[in-house]
Write a protein that binds this ligand. Structure first.
Ligand SMILES: *Cc1c(COP(=O)(O)O)cnc(C)c1O
Length: 411
């Protein structure tokens, strides 16, 4: 954990709780680690900005030379505002773009994720170059909720429809020069390597492809018993595959990857307060209620994701088995579900919490601030703070009550 007790106390005094805190040096070192991804014939690192689109993080990655994977027209706009050149942004979206011609005019890259999206592109931008996202037939994620490959997934053009994609491209004089696949979050590295090979096989059938983007999804250990994917290991494997591909075909492909989690997950936490401690008797549980829960850290209630939680007790405390819950009137607002069953409670061994204690939820840099159940129970959106050079800088204020109601229309 990058926050000391003293800094967490300062966060509460200056900004209140709950409050997101991001650590600049952790962000920088994870970006440098990913920038060192092995490659044979050139490499581009995209940040999957849906994991955390805060402008301070975008700016930091811009300065380190990263490019952007945007997942909606709105994210393209947000990346442009943060200062990214259009040519560094690629749009990969479930939704057909509403600004396709304008994006392409500006130089934003487009990744067609369905036959309809490819047809739209052909009509709006005949004669141009495009990327297609394929579903090679296999996926892998930490849960089914985070698996976006294989027959159970709607993401990308199904591999058996490659011929139709080629025909559509030919019909509009569009050249498929980039190929993309992304198969899930928290992907098994063995499956990732296999899909990399399958994707190369598909690139072999598309003679104009010069860039192969293998997506993100690299596993990150948030909990002590979890294991992070070694980027050097899978990268080395892919590097060799790219070299063999060149020997077979004479084509040297440029590699792209686009992690979100691996760049930001462990660079963020939520500083929270214990607001109540209750129990349900002998056969029951001891619960600590925090002022953060599904509104800031939705992943546990959504798919049983595990986040470390530290209770910062000023003095020695006996250990206790504690279920951590959030402040929402919702029985699913649980921070410590069982990993195998999001509906089951999994108590944690921590110093016995008291009301007023500080608690820090770790691993909260990815898909937390970005994926909030915003304003449920009318709790305001939490602020975000950057921890850098030993200081704290507010990068997004707490939402005000007036802002929460701002779009309601009076009669
Ligand atoms: C979400 C997403 C990513 C990033 O996934 P992580 O698990 O955060 O690394 C990359 N590419 C695409 C297309 C995505 O949708």
């Amino acid at each position: 954990m990058f926050l000391t007790n003293t800094t967490a106390t300062q966060v509460r005094e200056r900004f209140g709780t709950p409050c997101f805190v991001y650590d600049r040096s952790t962000l920088e070192s994870s970006a440098r680690n990913a920038l060192a991804f092995p490659n044979a014939f050139g490499f581009t690192l995209r940040f999957a900005m849906k994991s955390n689109p805060n402008h301070a993080i975008l700016k930091l990655f811009l300065d380190l030379g990263l490019h952007i994977d945007a997942s909606s027209d709105h994210e393209v706009e947000r990346a442009l505002r943060a200062g990214f050149a259009p040519a560094k942004i690629q749009l990969t979206s479930q939704a057909p773009s509403k600004n396709l011609a304008a994006h392409i005019e500006r130089g934003v890259l487009y990744n067609a994720c369905s036959l309809l999206q490819l047809e739209n592109f052909g009509k709006a931008c005949p004669g141009r170059e495009v990327s297609i996202r394929i579903n090679a037939g296999l996926g892998s994620g930490s849960t089914n909720r985070t698996n976006v490959g294989g027959p159970g997934s709607s993401f990308g053009i199904w591999h058996e429809r490659l011929g139709e994609a080629r025909d559509l491209a030919a019909k509009h004089g569009v050249k498929i020069t980039r190929l993309h696949s992304h198969i899930g979050s928290g992907t098994d590295p063995v499956v990732w390597k296999r899909v990399a090979r399958m994707s190369l096989g598909i690139a072999g059938q598309l003679p104009d492809v010069k860039v192969l983007n293998l997506g993100g999804g690299f596993k990150v250990a948030r909990m002590p018993n979890e294991k992070s994917t070694d980027l050097q290991d899978i990268g080395e494997n892919v590097r060799q595959e790219f070299m063999e591909f060149r020997q077979r075909t004479g084509r040297a492909l440029h590699l792209e990857i686009e992690p979100g989690t691996a760049l930001v997950a462990n660079a963020g936490c939520v500083v929270a307060s214990v607001i109540d401690v209750v129990d349900t008797g002998k056969g029951g549980y001891l619960f600590a209620k925090l002022d953060t829960g599904m509104n800031e850290v939705t992943r546990p209630s959504l798919y049983g994701a595990q986040h470390p939680i530290d209770v910062l007790a000023a003095e020695e405390r006996p250990s206790a088995k504690v279920v951590f819950v959030g402040p929402c009137c919702e029985s699913g607002d649980i921070l410590t579900p069982a990993p195998s069953d999001p509906e089951a409670l999994a108590p944690r061994d921590v110093p016995r919490p008291k009301t007023g204690d500080l608690a820090v939820v770790g691993g909260a840099g990815a898909y937390c601030a970005a994926m909030s159940t915003l304003n449920y129970n009318s709790y305001p959106q939490a602020p975000e703070v950057m921890h850098e050079n030993g200081a704290l800088r507010l990068v997004r204020k707490r939402q005000t009550f007036e802002q929460m109601l701002a779009n309601e229309c009076s009669e």
